[in-house]
Design a protein around this ligand. Structure first.
Ligand code: M6R
Length: 610
């Protein structure tokens, strides 16, 4: 969703830093962009556009601004349509204070009305302009004091960066429910909503927690609570390198990330599998291993692709760990009246670690007494920090809005967790060793699938003009069908539905004719014979079949119009392989249709609003 970057230096012009930082957070999704800098004459220079950063760059080229202190923003519209007027930075009535803001102010109407009663007039429809004026109303020559006073009355989520022309060498940031990180550079200090915005300049960062703020000047920075109590924060090292935020020769981040999976799946299991004992050790769960073993029920909570991982995790943990598992959409869980029994464990899965619904559901689970384990990709993210224990997926920065490598890394961690639980219950050392061997073979098998990229591309290109697709799978591959359909619809805008194959005859079969391609995930597992029957049903109605099947399978080959083979593995590990051709199919159909693969319309990488 929205992105924030702010920078303060002694004398360097920071406009290029702001623009570059905004480009790095483009992937989060946005519809307008803007920057503000305190120019050397002490005036606030502001440039904003509706649309993409290239347009902002053109505007700044035509009407330059420059200065050593500034803020920038990419906005994903919530309050008010995407427009130049509603874009951030928003300024106060005096034009001296410029504010960028992520999140939503819940009592925005009441705040706006009380400011209007004091004579303030508003130009935009945004809650951010209300915040800028609220700070102004409380300003008495000290920006941080004004921010503290203003936010005492603000309800809702925010991450902000603010500057004031009357204090040209000062940058103030604050957060509550929306991430903000402070970057410590050689000759500059930064604030950003996302480490990607500042990793080119520094790897030394401080993660702010809720209700904390930072004041940065060219000489240093200090952190306090919003109630002005001093706090000392640890400086942490970002482990990413710059390659992670470049495409490295790939036409899109999504394709690069699909190809990274050989390594990222390896990274997700690195140091966590013990071959001799046929077991897994997950450091972040050390304190919770007994609670997990004794749990009568595990609830897995997530959204989107992470929810599909959760479904596969349910099958894995029930199969191997023999613990009852329920999977919940975070957005439903948070507003239901869920039953949490003593000893229940909630696992939350999130790539970004910032998804608002997941965060709220996790808070609710904790409030009701559950121990919450996070499976999170982004290090230092809110969900990672708020969980009672957790496991990082180590997939590295995922930039493509369509999640790919994060999904297979989540599955790898879930498989390790299921193994760990299984070994403490029913799984023998021999079986455990067999599972470890199969897991260790997965990265090489991913490479094998990726070596078939050209033929998958050919299939994707040939089918790209169809307007409806059905995805079918059974058992472990039912959630993979859901994931394949989600990938296709989000990046190519083709309508696609995922179904458990046996459910087809309860309704979707009515849709099948020669214009409805059906993608069937049919590896040789316990459901093989059954899924062959489902394929017969599709063929009998003239449907076209693209099948994902096990290497060397000639039965499926006879029935399907197109076949993509995947290497053989244990049933619960199959999804890590079977999803990869589906990611590639969706990618190539989207490219063929000329879609904006990395930033599909209306979508944001990290959904930090309801
Ligand atoms: O960051 P999270 O894993 O919490 O995100 C959850 C969903 O928003 C995300 O998976 C979304 O569905 C992706 N666009 C899927 O590709």
């Amino acid at each position: 969703m929205c992105g924030i970057i702010g920078c303060v230096t002694r004398s360097r012009d920071i406009v290029p830093v702001l623009i570059e930082g905004l480009k790095r957070v483009e992937y989060r999704g946005y519809d307008s962009a803007g920057i503000a800098a305190i120019e050397r004459g002490g005036e606030l220079g502001i440039r904003k556009v509706e649309g993409k950063i290239d347009k902002l760059v053109a505007l700044v080229d035509e009407h330059p601004i420059e200065g050593p202190t500034g803020v920038g923003h990419t906005r994903w519209a919530t309050h008010g349509v995407p427009s130049e007027l509603n874009a951030h930075p928003q300024t106060d009535a005096t034009g001296k204070i410029a504010l960028v803001h992520n999140g939503i102010v819940e009592n925005y109407n009441a705040l706006r009305r009380s400011l209007e009663a004091k004579g303030y007039a508003f130009r935009s429809e945004t809650d951010t302009e209300v915040l800028a004026n609220l700070i102004s109303e409380n300003y008495d020559g000290n920006l941080e004091a004004a921010v503290q006073a203003a936010f005492a009355g603000v309800q809702g989520a925010y991450g902000i960066a603010v500057i004031c022309a009357d204090e040209p060498g000062k940058l103030v940031g604050a957060r509550n429910g929306s991430p903000l990180v402070v970057g410590i550079g050689a000759d500059a200090y930064y604030v950003a909503s996302d480490v990607a915005a500042l990793v080119r300049h520094t790897r030394d960062v401080v993660y702010l927690d809720d209700l904390e703020m930072v004041v940065a000047t060219p000489d240093g920075f200090s952190t306090t609570t919003l109630e002005n109590e001093d706090i000392t924060k640890d400086i942490e090292k970002v482990t990413w390198n710059i390659d992670m935020i470049e495409k490295n020769g790939f036409p899109h981040f999504m394709l690069k990330e699909i190809f990274e999976q050989e390594r990222t799946v390896q990274d997700a299991m690195r140091g966590r599998l013990i071959a001799a004992a046929g077991d897994a050790i997950l450091g972040g769960l050390r304190d919770h291993r007994r609670a997990l073993q004794n749990a009568e029920r595990i609830i897995i909570i997530a959204c989107g692709t992470s929810w599909h991982s959760a479904l596969i995790g349910e099958y894995m943990i029930e199969d191997l760990g023999r613990i009852s598992v329920e999977v919940e959409y975070a957005s439903e869980f948070r507003y239901r009246n869920p039953v949490i029994n003593p000893g229940d464990i909630a696992i939350v899965i999130s790539q970004s670690g910032e998804t608002l619904d997941t965060l709220a559901a996790m808070t609710e689970a904790q409030r009701r007494g559950a121990t919450v384990i996070g499976i999170v990709n982004v290090v230092g993210s809110t969900i990672a920090r708020q969980s009672d224990g957790g496991v990082y997926t180590h997939a590295g920065l995922e930039i493509g809005v369509a999640s790919t490598k994060a999904f297979t890394s989540q599955l790898t961690v879930l498989a390790a967790m299921a193994l760990m639980l299984g070994r403490s219950r029913d799984i023998s050392v021999t079986e455990g060793r067999q599972i470890v061997r199969a897991m260790e073979a997965i990265p090489g098998q991913i490479a094998e699938i990726l070596s078939r990229h050209e033929s998958i591309k050919d299939i994707g290109t040939r089918y790209a003009r169809h307007t409806n697709f059905l995805y079918l799978g059974r058992g472990y591959n039912f959630p993979v069908a859901l994931e394949g359909a989600l990938k296709l619809k989000e990046i190519s805008y083709i309508h696609a539905e995922g179904y458990p194959a046996a459910e087809m005859k309860h309704g979707p079969i009515a849709l099948i004719d020669e214009r409805m391609p059906v993608v069937v995930i049919a590896p040789q597992d316990a459901f093989y014979e059954k899924i062959l029957s489902n394929m017969q049903e599709v063929k009998a109605r003239g449907g076209r079949i693209i099948a994902i099947t096990s290497e060397g399978d000639d039965q499926v080959e006879k029935m399907a119009d197109d076949v993509i083979e995947i290497p053989r593995t244990l049933p619960h590990l199959t999804p890590i392989l079977s999803v990869i051709p589906l990611q590639l199919l969706a990618y190539h159909m989207a490219v063929e249709r000329d879609c904006h693969v990395d930033q599909p319309r209306n979508l944001a990488k990290s959904v930090t609003v309801e």
